[in-house]
Design a protein around this ligand. Structure first.
Ligand code: AMP
Ligand code: GLY
Length: 422
Protein backbone atom coordinates (compact mmCIF):
# COMPACT_ATOMS: atom_id res chain seq x y z
CA UNK A 1 0.00 0.00 0.00
CA UNK A 2 1.03 3.58 -0.59
CA UNK A 3 0.46 5.63 2.52
CA UNK A 4 0.20 9.34 3.30
CA UNK A 5 0.32 10.58 6.89
CA UNK A 6 -0.80 14.14 7.60
CA UNK A 7 0.91 16.12 10.35
CA UNK A 8 4.33 17.11 11.64
CA UNK A 9 4.61 16.20 15.32
CA UNK A 10 5.95 13.43 17.51
CA UNK A 11 2.67 11.63 16.97
CA UNK A 12 3.21 11.55 13.22
CA UNK A 13 6.84 10.44 13.60
CA UNK A 14 5.70 7.55 15.82
CA UNK A 15 2.95 6.62 13.34
CA UNK A 16 5.29 6.77 10.35
CA UNK A 17 7.99 4.80 12.20
CA UNK A 18 5.42 2.05 12.80
CA UNK A 19 3.86 2.11 9.33
CA UNK A 20 7.33 1.91 7.77
CA UNK A 21 7.77 -1.49 9.49
CA UNK A 22 4.63 -2.90 7.90
CA UNK A 23 5.06 -5.64 5.32
CA UNK A 24 2.24 -4.04 3.40
CA UNK A 25 3.88 -0.64 3.13
CA UNK A 26 5.25 0.19 -0.30
CA UNK A 27 5.71 3.94 -0.33
CA UNK A 28 5.28 6.23 2.66
CA UNK A 29 4.87 10.01 2.64
CA UNK A 30 4.36 12.51 5.44
CA UNK A 31 2.92 15.98 4.84
CA UNK A 32 4.55 18.18 5.95
CA UNK A 33 6.56 16.02 8.39
CA UNK A 34 9.73 16.93 10.30
CA UNK A 35 13.40 15.89 10.42
CA UNK A 36 12.43 12.60 12.11
CA UNK A 37 9.75 11.55 9.63
CA UNK A 38 12.28 12.26 6.87
CA UNK A 39 14.30 9.28 8.19
CA UNK A 40 11.48 6.79 7.61
CA UNK A 41 9.36 8.43 4.92
CA UNK A 42 9.43 11.06 2.23
CA UNK A 43 8.32 14.48 3.47
CA UNK A 44 6.18 16.53 1.15
CA UNK A 45 5.56 20.24 1.53
CA UNK A 46 1.78 20.31 1.68
CA UNK A 47 -0.26 21.84 4.50
CA UNK A 48 -2.59 19.49 6.37
CA UNK A 49 -5.68 21.56 5.53
CA UNK A 50 -4.95 22.13 1.84
CA UNK A 51 -7.44 19.49 0.68
CA UNK A 52 -7.02 20.22 -3.02
CA UNK A 53 -3.27 19.73 -2.98
CA UNK A 54 -3.59 16.64 -0.80
CA UNK A 55 -6.12 15.15 -3.20
CA UNK A 56 -3.97 15.95 -6.22
CA UNK A 57 -0.95 14.35 -4.52
CA UNK A 58 -2.94 11.23 -3.61
CA UNK A 59 -4.01 10.74 -7.22
CA UNK A 60 -0.56 11.42 -8.63
CA UNK A 61 1.19 8.97 -6.26
CA UNK A 62 -1.60 6.37 -6.16
CA UNK A 63 -2.07 6.69 -2.41
CA UNK A 64 -4.25 3.94 -0.93
CA UNK A 65 -4.66 5.21 2.61
CA UNK A 66 -4.40 8.60 4.33
CA UNK A 67 -3.83 8.65 8.09
CA UNK A 68 -4.91 12.00 9.48
CA UNK A 69 -2.78 12.96 12.50
CA UNK A 70 -4.17 16.26 13.85
CA UNK A 71 -7.76 17.36 14.44
CA UNK A 72 -7.78 20.44 12.25
CA UNK A 73 -8.31 18.79 8.84
CA UNK A 74 -10.86 16.42 10.38
CA UNK A 75 -12.92 19.23 11.88
CA UNK A 76 -12.67 21.07 8.54
CA UNK A 77 -14.09 18.00 6.80
CA UNK A 78 -11.28 16.23 4.93
CA UNK A 79 -13.13 12.90 5.11
CA UNK A 80 -16.27 14.41 3.59
CA UNK A 81 -14.17 16.15 0.93
CA UNK A 82 -12.72 12.80 -0.23
CA UNK A 83 -16.18 11.19 -0.19
CA UNK A 84 -17.66 14.04 -2.23
CA UNK A 85 -15.29 13.50 -5.16
CA UNK A 86 -15.90 10.39 -7.24
CA UNK A 87 -12.24 10.01 -8.24
CA UNK A 88 -11.10 10.10 -4.58
CA UNK A 89 -13.61 7.65 -3.17
CA UNK A 90 -11.35 4.61 -3.47
CA UNK A 91 -8.85 6.18 -1.06
CA UNK A 92 -9.29 5.17 2.60
CA UNK A 93 -9.07 7.87 5.23
CA UNK A 94 -8.35 7.13 8.86
CA UNK A 95 -10.39 9.72 10.74
CA UNK A 96 -14.04 10.60 11.32
CA UNK A 97 -16.31 12.57 9.01
CA UNK A 98 -17.01 16.23 9.68
CA UNK A 99 -20.05 15.67 11.87
CA UNK A 100 -18.38 13.15 14.19
CA UNK A 101 -15.29 15.38 14.31
CA UNK A 102 -17.51 17.84 16.20
CA UNK A 103 -16.98 15.54 19.19
CA UNK A 104 -13.67 17.40 19.42
CA UNK A 105 -14.50 20.50 17.38
CA UNK A 106 -17.37 21.66 19.59
CA UNK A 107 -17.54 21.20 23.36
CA UNK A 108 -21.31 21.91 23.27
CA UNK A 109 -21.78 19.18 20.64
CA UNK A 110 -19.80 16.64 22.66
CA UNK A 111 -21.55 17.47 25.94
CA UNK A 112 -24.91 17.14 24.22
CA UNK A 113 -23.82 13.78 22.76
CA UNK A 114 -22.79 12.51 26.20
CA UNK A 115 -26.05 13.69 27.71
CA UNK A 116 -28.09 11.94 25.03
CA UNK A 117 -26.26 8.64 25.44
CA UNK A 118 -25.93 8.79 29.22
CA UNK A 119 -22.16 8.92 29.23
CA UNK A 120 -20.77 10.11 32.58
CA UNK A 121 -19.30 13.62 32.38
CA UNK A 122 -19.32 16.82 34.44
CA UNK A 123 -22.69 18.59 34.74
CA UNK A 124 -22.75 21.55 32.36
CA UNK A 125 -24.65 24.19 30.45
CA UNK A 126 -23.68 26.00 27.29
CA UNK A 127 -24.29 29.68 26.63
CA UNK A 128 -23.91 32.19 23.80
CA UNK A 129 -22.96 35.86 24.15
CA UNK A 130 -26.57 37.03 24.33
CA UNK A 131 -27.01 34.88 27.46
CA UNK A 132 -24.23 36.52 29.48
CA UNK A 133 -26.52 37.30 32.43
CA UNK A 134 -27.89 33.73 32.56
CA UNK A 135 -24.37 32.35 32.31
CA UNK A 136 -23.15 34.52 35.18
CA UNK A 137 -26.12 33.45 37.25
CA UNK A 138 -25.33 29.81 36.51
CA UNK A 139 -21.80 30.43 37.80
CA UNK A 140 -23.22 31.80 41.06
CA UNK A 141 -24.94 28.48 41.68
CA UNK A 142 -21.76 26.43 41.21
CA UNK A 143 -18.99 25.71 43.69
CA UNK A 144 -15.49 26.91 42.80
CA UNK A 145 -13.27 26.21 41.00
CA UNK A 146 -15.18 27.26 37.88
CA UNK A 147 -14.50 25.53 34.57
CA UNK A 148 -15.05 27.68 31.45
CA UNK A 149 -14.52 26.12 28.03
CA UNK A 150 -14.49 27.82 24.66
CA UNK A 151 -16.80 25.79 22.45
CA UNK A 152 -14.52 25.57 19.43
CA UNK A 153 -10.90 24.58 18.77
CA UNK A 154 -8.51 26.93 20.57
CA UNK A 155 -5.18 25.12 20.17
CA UNK A 156 -5.53 23.51 23.59
CA UNK A 157 -5.82 26.89 25.33
CA UNK A 158 -9.59 27.25 25.48
CA UNK A 159 -10.17 25.81 28.97
CA UNK A 160 -9.99 28.13 31.99
CA UNK A 161 -10.15 26.92 35.57
CA UNK A 162 -10.74 29.81 37.94
CA UNK A 163 -11.15 29.91 41.73
CA UNK A 164 -12.67 33.34 42.15
CA UNK A 165 -16.30 33.96 41.16
CA UNK A 166 -15.84 37.60 40.13
CA UNK A 167 -12.81 36.70 38.03
CA UNK A 168 -14.76 33.89 36.40
CA UNK A 169 -17.56 36.31 35.50
CA UNK A 170 -15.08 38.75 33.96
CA UNK A 171 -13.34 35.99 32.01
CA UNK A 172 -16.68 34.81 30.72
CA UNK A 173 -17.40 38.28 29.38
CA UNK A 174 -14.00 38.36 27.68
CA UNK A 175 -14.56 34.95 26.14
CA UNK A 176 -17.86 36.09 24.66
CA UNK A 177 -16.12 39.18 23.28
CA UNK A 178 -13.65 37.03 21.39
CA UNK A 179 -10.81 36.14 23.76
CA UNK A 180 -10.41 32.93 21.71
CA UNK A 181 -11.85 34.37 18.50
CA UNK A 182 -14.97 32.68 17.16
CA UNK A 183 -14.15 29.58 19.25
CA UNK A 184 -15.45 31.30 22.41
CA UNK A 185 -18.61 32.89 21.03
CA UNK A 186 -20.21 29.91 22.67
CA UNK A 187 -18.96 28.79 26.11
CA UNK A 188 -19.53 25.61 28.09
CA UNK A 189 -19.55 26.05 31.87
CA UNK A 190 -19.15 22.85 33.81
CA UNK A 191 -18.73 21.36 37.21
CA UNK A 192 -15.15 20.80 38.36
CA UNK A 193 -14.18 17.14 38.72
CA UNK A 194 -11.50 16.18 41.22
CA UNK A 195 -9.48 13.11 40.37
CA UNK A 196 -6.66 11.64 38.32
CA UNK A 197 -6.68 11.80 34.52
CA UNK A 198 -5.81 9.12 31.97
CA UNK A 199 -6.15 8.59 28.23
CA UNK A 200 -7.98 5.72 26.56
CA UNK A 201 -7.54 5.12 22.83
CA UNK A 202 -10.08 3.25 20.76
CA UNK A 203 -9.88 2.36 17.11
CA UNK A 204 -13.29 2.02 15.48
CA UNK A 205 -14.65 1.21 12.04
CA UNK A 206 -17.94 2.84 13.02
CA UNK A 207 -19.39 -0.39 14.36
CA UNK A 208 -16.67 -2.60 15.79
CA UNK A 209 -13.91 -1.29 17.99
CA UNK A 210 -10.66 -2.31 19.62
CA UNK A 211 -8.83 -0.89 22.59
CA UNK A 212 -5.28 0.33 22.12
CA UNK A 213 -2.89 0.59 25.08
CA UNK A 214 -3.99 2.96 27.85
CA UNK A 215 -1.69 5.90 28.67
CA UNK A 216 -1.27 8.87 30.96
CA UNK A 217 0.22 12.15 29.84
CA UNK A 218 1.78 15.01 31.79
CA UNK A 219 0.53 18.37 30.53
CA UNK A 220 2.03 21.01 32.80
CA UNK A 221 5.47 22.48 32.21
CA UNK A 222 6.58 22.15 35.83
CA UNK A 223 7.39 19.20 38.02
CA UNK A 224 4.55 17.96 40.23
CA UNK A 225 2.09 19.18 37.56
CA UNK A 226 2.61 22.86 38.22
CA UNK A 227 2.86 25.89 35.95
CA UNK A 228 1.41 26.46 32.51
CA UNK A 229 -0.28 23.89 30.31
CA UNK A 230 1.73 22.57 27.39
CA UNK A 231 1.08 20.26 24.48
CA UNK A 232 2.40 17.44 26.69
CA UNK A 233 5.71 16.86 28.49
CA UNK A 234 5.74 13.08 28.70
CA UNK A 235 3.63 9.94 28.95
CA UNK A 236 3.54 6.45 30.40
CA UNK A 237 1.75 3.30 29.20
CA UNK A 238 0.15 1.22 30.68
CA UNK A 239 -1.34 3.09 33.64
CA UNK A 240 -1.04 1.25 36.97
CA UNK A 241 -4.35 2.44 38.44
CA UNK A 242 -6.36 1.43 35.37
CA UNK A 243 -7.09 -2.09 36.63
CA UNK A 244 -9.62 -4.63 35.31
CA UNK A 245 -12.40 -3.13 37.38
CA UNK A 246 -11.89 0.44 36.13
CA UNK A 247 -11.39 -0.82 32.59
CA UNK A 248 -14.73 -2.65 32.73
CA UNK A 249 -16.47 0.50 33.94
CA UNK A 250 -14.90 2.52 31.10
CA UNK A 251 -15.95 -0.14 28.60
CA UNK A 252 -19.56 -0.40 29.83
CA UNK A 253 -20.27 3.21 30.72
CA UNK A 254 -18.20 5.09 28.15
CA UNK A 255 -16.78 3.11 25.21
CA UNK A 256 -19.88 1.05 24.34
CA UNK A 257 -22.34 3.94 24.60
CA UNK A 258 -19.99 6.15 22.57
CA UNK A 259 -19.90 3.65 19.71
CA UNK A 260 -23.66 3.10 20.00
CA UNK A 261 -24.15 6.87 19.91
CA UNK A 262 -22.03 7.18 16.78
CA UNK A 263 -24.07 4.39 15.15
CA UNK A 264 -27.41 5.71 16.29
CA UNK A 265 -26.64 9.17 14.90
CA UNK A 266 -25.38 7.47 11.71
CA UNK A 267 -22.09 9.31 11.90
CA UNK A 268 -19.22 8.27 9.67
CA UNK A 269 -16.29 7.19 11.86
CA UNK A 270 -13.33 5.07 10.81
CA UNK A 271 -10.47 6.11 13.01
CA UNK A 272 -9.07 6.78 16.43
CA UNK A 273 -11.15 7.97 19.38
CA UNK A 274 -9.17 9.50 22.21
CA UNK A 275 -11.12 9.56 25.46
CA UNK A 276 -9.70 12.05 27.94
CA UNK A 277 -10.95 10.52 31.19
CA UNK A 278 -10.77 11.29 34.87
CA UNK A 279 -11.13 8.83 37.72
CA UNK A 280 -13.24 10.42 40.45
CA UNK A 281 -13.10 8.19 43.54
CA UNK A 282 -13.64 4.83 41.79
CA UNK A 283 -15.60 6.01 38.76
CA UNK A 284 -14.56 7.20 35.29
CA UNK A 285 -15.90 10.42 33.72
CA UNK A 286 -15.22 11.94 30.31
CA UNK A 287 -13.33 15.24 30.38
CA UNK A 288 -13.20 15.43 26.59
CA UNK A 289 -13.33 13.55 23.33
CA UNK A 290 -10.60 13.92 20.75
CA UNK A 291 -11.00 12.45 17.30
CA UNK A 292 -7.34 11.58 16.77
CA UNK A 293 -4.44 10.08 18.67
CA UNK A 294 -2.89 12.04 21.54
CA UNK A 295 0.54 13.58 21.61
CA UNK A 296 2.77 12.55 23.40
CA UNK A 297 0.65 9.47 24.23
CA UNK A 298 1.13 8.11 20.70
CA UNK A 299 4.86 7.93 21.38
CA UNK A 300 4.19 5.26 24.04
CA UNK A 301 0.97 3.72 22.71
CA UNK A 302 2.16 2.92 19.18
CA UNK A 303 5.48 1.28 20.20
CA UNK A 304 3.52 -1.01 22.56
CA UNK A 305 1.33 -2.33 19.73
CA UNK A 306 2.81 -5.52 18.30
CA UNK A 307 0.45 -5.84 15.32
CA UNK A 308 1.28 -4.74 11.81
CA UNK A 309 -0.34 -1.29 11.91
CA UNK A 310 -1.33 -1.17 8.24
CA UNK A 311 -3.14 -4.50 8.55
CA UNK A 312 -5.10 -3.07 11.47
CA UNK A 313 -5.86 0.21 9.67
CA UNK A 314 -6.91 -1.61 6.51
CA UNK A 315 -9.36 -3.66 8.57
CA UNK A 316 -10.61 -0.39 10.07
CA UNK A 317 -11.19 1.13 6.65
CA UNK A 318 -12.95 -2.02 5.44
CA UNK A 319 -15.23 -2.39 8.49
CA UNK A 320 -13.52 -5.61 9.65
CA UNK A 321 -12.12 -4.53 13.01
CA UNK A 322 -13.96 -7.45 14.63
CA UNK A 323 -11.35 -9.70 12.96
CA UNK A 324 -8.45 -7.92 14.66
CA UNK A 325 -6.89 -8.75 18.01
CA UNK A 326 -4.61 -6.01 19.29
CA UNK A 327 -1.49 -7.47 20.86
CA UNK A 328 0.17 -5.30 23.46
CA UNK A 329 3.82 -5.47 24.44
CA UNK A 330 3.94 -6.61 28.07
CA UNK A 331 6.60 -4.09 28.85
CA UNK A 332 5.98 -0.61 30.08
CA UNK A 333 6.86 2.38 27.88
CA UNK A 334 7.75 5.90 28.95
CA UNK A 335 8.37 8.98 26.89
CA UNK A 336 9.98 12.21 28.03
CA UNK A 337 9.56 15.30 25.86
CA UNK A 338 12.41 17.76 25.50
CA UNK A 339 11.27 21.30 24.80
CA UNK A 340 12.82 24.64 23.83
CA UNK A 341 13.83 27.02 26.64
CA UNK A 342 10.96 29.41 27.33
CA UNK A 343 8.20 27.09 26.09
CA UNK A 344 5.18 27.26 26.46
CA UNK A 345 5.91 31.00 26.34
CA UNK A 346 8.05 32.40 23.54
CA UNK A 347 11.20 30.48 22.63
CA UNK A 348 13.97 30.60 20.01
CA UNK A 349 14.04 28.34 16.96
CA UNK A 350 16.83 27.07 14.74
CA UNK A 351 19.03 25.74 17.56
CA UNK A 352 21.34 22.96 16.39
CA UNK A 353 20.71 19.56 17.92
CA UNK A 354 23.74 17.33 18.52
CA UNK A 355 24.46 13.90 19.95
CA UNK A 356 21.51 12.04 18.43
CA UNK A 357 23.88 9.41 17.04
CA UNK A 358 24.88 8.46 20.62
CA UNK A 359 21.36 7.43 21.66
CA UNK A 360 21.05 3.65 21.80
CA UNK A 361 18.58 2.85 24.61
CA UNK A 362 15.58 4.87 23.39
CA UNK A 363 13.49 5.61 20.35
CA UNK A 364 13.70 9.28 19.48
CA UNK A 365 10.50 10.73 18.02
CA UNK A 366 10.94 14.18 16.58
CA UNK A 367 8.31 16.87 17.06
CA UNK A 368 9.55 20.42 16.35
CA UNK A 369 12.63 19.73 14.26
CA UNK A 370 13.74 20.39 10.72
CA UNK A 371 16.83 19.98 8.60
CA UNK A 372 18.88 23.11 7.96
CA UNK A 373 22.19 22.91 6.06
CA UNK A 374 22.41 19.16 6.75
CA UNK A 375 21.89 19.61 10.50
CA UNK A 376 18.85 18.81 12.60
CA UNK A 377 17.69 22.06 14.25
CA UNK A 378 14.79 22.98 16.54
CA UNK A 379 11.71 24.42 14.89
CA UNK A 380 9.06 24.31 17.61
CA UNK A 381 8.32 24.36 21.33
CA UNK A 382 8.21 20.61 21.80
CA UNK A 383 11.36 19.30 20.14
CA UNK A 384 11.73 15.55 20.55
CA UNK A 385 10.36 12.72 22.67
CA UNK A 386 12.57 9.96 24.10
CA UNK A 387 10.65 6.70 24.37
CA UNK A 388 11.97 3.66 26.24
CA UNK A 389 10.78 0.25 27.33
CA UNK A 390 11.28 -1.39 30.69
CA UNK A 391 9.90 -4.06 32.97
CA UNK A 392 9.41 -1.32 35.52
CA UNK A 393 8.70 2.37 35.24
CA UNK A 394 12.10 3.13 36.78
CA UNK A 395 13.92 1.01 34.22
CA UNK A 396 12.16 2.66 31.28
CA UNK A 397 12.55 6.18 32.65
CA UNK A 398 16.23 5.55 33.41
CA UNK A 399 16.78 4.83 29.73
CA UNK A 400 14.81 7.91 28.60
CA UNK A 401 16.77 10.20 30.90
CA UNK A 402 20.16 8.67 30.04
CA UNK A 403 19.36 9.16 26.36
CA UNK A 404 18.40 12.79 26.88
CA UNK A 405 21.72 13.36 28.64
CA UNK A 406 23.49 12.41 25.40
CA UNK A 407 21.65 14.99 23.32
CA UNK A 408 22.23 18.70 23.38
CA UNK A 409 20.58 21.85 22.11
CA UNK A 410 20.70 25.32 23.62
CA UNK A 411 17.93 25.76 26.19
CA UNK A 412 16.95 22.05 26.34
CA UNK A 413 14.26 21.61 29.01
CA UNK A 414 12.37 18.56 30.23
CA UNK A 415 10.46 17.31 33.25
CA UNK A 416 12.41 15.01 35.55
CA UNK A 417 9.34 13.53 37.23
CA UNK A 418 7.36 11.86 34.44
CA UNK A 419 5.27 9.04 35.94
CA UNK A 420 5.75 10.37 39.50
CA UNK A 421 2.13 9.67 40.50
CA UNK A 422 1.91 6.11 39.16
P1 AMP B 1 -9.83 19.85 27.83
O1 AMP B 1 -9.28 20.75 26.76
O2 AMP B 1 -11.29 19.74 27.86
O3 AMP B 1 -9.09 18.54 27.91
O4 AMP B 1 -9.39 20.53 29.20
C1 AMP B 1 -8.02 20.76 29.48
C2 AMP B 1 -7.71 20.31 30.88
O5 AMP B 1 -8.52 21.01 31.82
C3 AMP B 1 -8.05 18.84 31.13
O6 AMP B 1 -7.03 17.99 30.75
C4 AMP B 1 -8.24 18.85 32.62
O7 AMP B 1 -7.00 18.79 33.30
C5 AMP B 1 -8.87 20.18 32.89
N1 AMP B 1 -10.34 20.05 32.96
C6 AMP B 1 -11.20 20.19 31.94
N2 AMP B 1 -12.47 20.01 32.36
C7 AMP B 1 -12.41 19.77 33.68
C8 AMP B 1 -13.39 19.50 34.70
N3 AMP B 1 -14.69 19.49 34.43
N4 AMP B 1 -12.95 19.27 35.94
C9 AMP B 1 -11.63 19.30 36.23
N5 AMP B 1 -10.67 19.55 35.33
C10 AMP B 1 -11.04 19.79 34.07
N1 GLY C 1 -1.97 14.72 25.04
C1 GLY C 1 -3.15 15.47 24.86
C2 GLY C 1 -3.53 15.74 23.47
O1 GLY C 1 -2.98 15.21 22.53
O2 GLY C 1 -4.48 16.50 23.26
Amino acid sequence: MNVLILGSGGREHALSWKVAQSKQCQRLFVAPGNAGTAEVAENIAIKVDDFEQIAEFCLREAIDIVIVGPEDPLVKGIVDYFKAHEKLRHISLIGPGKEAAQLEGSKAFSKNFMEEFNIPTAAYRSFTASQLKDAQQYLENLQPPFVLKADGLAAGKGVLIINDLEEAKTELEEMFSGKFGAASHKVVIEEFLEGIEFSVFILTDGQNYQWLPVAKDYKRIGEGDTGLNTGGMGAVSPVSFVDEELRTKVEQRIVKPTIEGIMSRKMDYKGFIFLGLIKVKDDPFVIEYNVRMGDPETEVVIPRIKNDLLTVLKATAEGRLNEVVIEEDERLATTVMTVSGGYPGSYPKGKEISGLENVSESLVFHAGTRIKDNHVVTSGGRVMAFTSFGNTKEEALGKSYRSIAKVCFEGITFRKDIGYDL
